[in-house]
Design a protein around this ligand. Structure first.
Ligand code: DX5
Ligand code: ZN
Length: 223
C-alpha cells in the first residue's frame, strides 16, 4: 500500500485548517507533521497544542515526526493531541526506544522510529518486530526544500530486505527531497510511504501532483 503524506512544514501556517481541508480534498492519505525543538535540529516549528487544535479540522491520519531531544518527556502530550503515527528519532532516544515504543503502542498509536542520513539502518533492526513503520531521512532533518540524498537508497533496500526476510509487514517512509523523479527511486528501493513538502505545497495543482506521485510510486514499488 502506498501512502502520500504531505508535510505541513511547507504549508501556510497562518491557515492550517484550510490547508488540512485542501489536503483532504486533493487526495492525501496522511498529514505529515514536523515537530522541531531547536535542539535536536536547528529549527523550531510547532508543538502538541497546535496539533490538538488541528485535530478537529480533518479525519486524515496524523503522521507526526518528532525531531526533538528527549521525546519521552513529551510523549503523552503528542498522544493526547491526536497523533495516529508517532515517529521519534533513534539518535534522540537510544536508551528509551523500548519504553517509547511500548507506551506509543499501548495508547493505540502506531510506533515508528527514524534515522538521520549518517545513522546506519542496522541500528533499527533489533526494534523492527515492535514497529509499524521506519522513517529513513533522505535529507538532514530541519528544513524543507533540500535535495534528496541518493546515499539513503542502500539503507532503504537493506531495510526492506530485512523486513521481507523476517516476514514483517512494515511501512518504510522516506522524508526529504521527494518529487516526481525521486519518489520512483525511493519506491523501487522499497519505500511505500512518502512525506512530501515542497513538491505538494509548491505545486499549482495539488490534486494532480498527489495523484501523479502516487501513480509513479505504485509503478516503481517492489516489496
Ligand atoms: C525535514 C522534514 C520534512 C520536510 C520535507 O526535516 O522532516 O518532512 O518537510 O520537505 P521537502 O519535501 O520539501 O524536502
Ligand atoms: Zn518530516
Amino acid at each position: 500500500m502506498i501512502y502520500i503524506s504531505p508535510s505541513l512544514l511547507s504549508s501556510d501556517f497562518s491557515c492550517l485548517g484550510q490547508e488540512l481541508k485542501s489536503l483532504e480534498e486533493n487526495g492525501a492519505d496522511w498529514v505529515h507533521i514536523d515537530v522541531m525543538d531547536g535542539q535536536f535540529v536547528n529549527n523550531i516549528t510547532l508543538g502538541a497544542p497546535i496539533i490538538k487544535s488541528m485535530r478537529a479540522h480533518t479525519h486524515l491520519p496524523f503522521d507526526v515526526h518528532l525531531m526533538i531531544q528527549d521525546p519521552l518527556r513529551y510523549l503523552d502530550d503528542f498522544i493526547a493531541a491526536g497523533a495516529d503515527i508517532l515517529t521519534f528519532h533513534l539518535e534522540a532516544s537510544e536508551d528509551n526506544a523500548g519504553i517509547m515504543i511500548e507506551k506509543i503502542a499501548a495508547a493505540g498509536v502506531k510506533p515508528s522510529v527514524s534515522v538521520k542520513p549518517s545513522t546506519p539502518v542496522e541500528t533499527v533492526f533489533p526494534l523492527l518486530g515492535r514497529l509499524s513503520m521506519v522513517l529513513i531521512m533522505t535529507v538532514e532533518p530541519g528544513f524543507g526544500g533540500q535535495p534528496f540524498l541518493e546515499s539513503a537508497l542502500p539503507k532503504i533496500s537493506a531495510l526492506r530486505q530485512e523486513c521481507v526476510r523476517r516476514g514483517l509487514p512494515l511501512d518504510i517512509q522516506v522524508d526529504g527531497g521527494i518529487n516526481s523523479e525521486k519518489i520512483a527511486v525511493a519506491a523501487a528501493a522499497g519505500a511505500n510511504a512518502f512525506a512530501v513538502g515542497s513538491a505538494v505545497f509548491g505545486a499549482k495543482d495539488r490534486k494532480a501532483t498527489i495523484a501523479a506521485l502516487r501513480e509513479t510510486a505504485e509503478e516503481a514499488y517492489r516489496a
